[in-house]
Design a protein around this ligand. Sequence first.
Ligand code: OMP
Length: 273
Amino acid sequence: MKLEDLIIQIKNKNSFLCVGLDTDIDKIPKFLLNEDDPIFSFNKSIIDHTNKYCVAYKINTAFYESHGVNGWESMKKTIDYINDNHPEIFTIADAKRGDIGNTSKMYAQSFFTEMNFDSLTINPYMGSDSVKPFLEFKNKISILLGLTSNIGAEDIQLKTSNGDFIFMEMIKSSKLWGNHNNMMYVVGATKTDFINKIRSEIPDHFLLIPGIGAQGGDLIEVCKHAFNDNIGIIVNSSRSIIYASTDDDFAIAAANQAMILQAQMSAILSERK
Ligand code: OMP
């Protein structure tokens, strides 16, 4: 997918919501465990009920890979279901990959060509040759970890070197490896104090912002600092949406949570006009 198509979708839906499919077999409703593929059945219902409120789905691959071959099959069925039924929706493989060049090329082939995701999260700390192979794939977007939402971001990313934060050094270098059409950055919703600084370095790049909901990030605070002329953000929430209920009504409860977030986003967007 091209970035323009994502921007059009954001404007049409008045939403920049990404629903995170962090599907944990221990957290899904028990009655689904009788299905052939409980993870896919759960995802299908969540997608059927939430697609009109969101512009993206993020599949965190750990929740699938942890089931071996069966998990990869559930992931493939899920991405195919989204691509076949909602081709306008932006898809993210959250796998945080990156390695020496020839290995990165294989990761890119797995997620972009074989699995047919629009984008992939990438850990950029191995440097330019580990990221550039991903950037060679046309109409695919590499989403580099910028400043992560977890407390451990303080251990290295928020340390200083040469007078600036290490994560800022990473953004300053890596923005030259590609451009704002083929790269985005992850910035945690829990790190809003740093978003102005990030925006001054990369005003045009889209930011993928996880950490709303279970991790306590604040949507209004995020929007205050992170918007650019194209809106420029996708805000992810996983657990607060998909586990809103663990009963028979789980998909309706997820839709309600997604609808509430979309309504907040719509209000923020209309205030901005
Ligand atoms: P919830 O906290 O349940 O909304 O899930 C957050 C999702 O975003 C998980 O899939 C995390 O792996 C992911 N994430 C973060 O929480 N923090 C980050 O800094 C980066 C990511 C990510 O790359 O998506």
